[in-house]
Design a protein around this ligand. Structure first.
Ligand code: TXA
Ligand code: MG
Length: 348
């Protein structure tokens, strides 16, 4: 299959956007930018389109897709009942990086929800995403546009690397703004539950709803505590080289990573180091990439997945990362990093 690359980095191209909408309406797949990461879109109400998404990604079919909408009217068609909490959250955070899990209506095929009776819904804020949804009939099922198991794509070239030749079109909207996937909140429980941390933090959700909890299965290595979002149980975002996080005081972390990178070099390997603008220049060994500055934490979430992909391309033998316990995004960033590291953390 020839994958069309539609350049919309400077402006939305109305003709190409109409073509993209036509592709989705006829059952095809289009990757597109959102404010979080690139999505791989197909018609959410067409079971065949959902099957194609799973095939293109190599994704297990029990892992449900998020349905993207562009207006509140669309919510009524795909959800059986809209609780007041959903309206409050939509008022506060939509369009934006928040996904809500609600009871699904019969309009949504089980192929889209991985067999579940609930549906995850999000109204993205990226103008190209909203325009594509409108041109496509209003309901786009879209997981992140990566091959299953690889880091989520934050640039069109990441999508190309994984899906070129497997999908109909890629809309290039330039690098995304947030860089990690949306926060997922489950509103079908008695107390709303965060199934995946993201840009909309627990505190922001609590300020609107009152009591909200984190899914206890999120960071547990105990198999009795499985995460409730089926996708969170997989070892996502896995770079090819083994990744270890080093946590502790800034000086001790630097000394430890420097020592580990030197050891890697001495044994014929090459270390990739994930640092920050504040200290990237202090490392004398390994290939150092700055994730951004601690004073502007969104720069860190924006770059993290791209750095993991770059280290794959550079064939480093091992990766060491500083920890990023920043105020708003820290929980979301560390959730992705801990999963990428398969829970390997050294405390210093
Ligand atoms: O930011 C995002 O959310 C991006 C962009 C493209 O919108 N999308 C995204 O989709 O990250 P994906 O498929 O990579 O992750 C969706 C997550 C998975 O962990 C999945 O298991 C969970 O959402 N999920 C989807 N439907 C669910 C449901 N009904 N109940 C529980 N978890 C659900
Ligand atoms: Mg994903």
């Amino acid at each position: 299959m020839n994958t069309i690359l539609a350049d919309m980095t400077n402006r939305i191209d109305p003709e190409l956007m109409t073509l993209a909408g036509r592709i989705i309406r006829s059952g095809g797949l289009v990757a597109f930018p959102t404010e979080t990461v690139y999505g791989l879109g197909g018609d959410a109400l067409d079971p065949d389109a959902s099957r194609r998404i799973y095939t293109a990604k190599g994704r297990p079919s029990d892992n449900p897709l998020i349905v993207h909408i562009a207006d509140m009217g669309a919510l009524e068609k795909i959800v059986s009942d809209i609780p007041s909490a959903a309206r409050l959250l939509a008022d506060a955070f939509w369009p934006g990086p928040l996904t809500m899990v609600l009871s699904k209506s019969p309009a949504v095929p089980l192929e889209t929800t991985g067999g579940l009776n609930t549906v995850a819904v999000r109204m993205p804020s990226h103008p190209a995403a909203l325009e594509l949804i409108r041109k496509s009939g209003g309901y786009i099922a879209a997981p992140s546009a990566n091959t299953s198991g690889r880091p989520s794509p934050t640039e069109a070239k990441h999508v190309q690397a994984d899906l070129d030749g497997k999908i109909d079109m890629i809309i290039d909207g330039g690098p995304v703004g947030i860089g990690i996937e949306s926060t997922i909140i489950d509103l079908t429980e008695d107390v709303p539950l965060v199934l995946r941390p993201g840009f909309i933090s627990l505190e922001m959700l609590q300020s609107v709803l009152g009591e909200v909890r984190m899914d206890p299965g999120l960071h547990s290595e105990d198999p009795a505590f499985r995460p409730k979002a089926p996708g969170m149980k997989y070892r996502h975002y896995a770079p090819k080289a083994s990744l270890t996080i080093v946590e502790g005081s800034e000086a001790a972390v630097r000394a430890k990573i420097e020592d580990l990178a030197r050891q890697a070099e001495e044994s014929g390997g090459l270390a990739g180091i994930i640092a920050t603008d504040e200290d990237a220049s202090v490392y004398a060994h390994g290939i150092v990439r700055s994730a951004g500055t601690r004073s502007d934490e969104i720069t860190i979430s924006q770059r993290l997945f791209g750095i993991l992909r770059e280290f794959d391309d550079l064939h480093v033998s091992v990766i060491y990362s500083e920890a990023f316990d920043t105020p708003q995004l820290g929980a979301a960033i560390m959730n992705r990093l801990i999963k990428a590291a398969g829970h390997q953390i050294i405390q210093v």
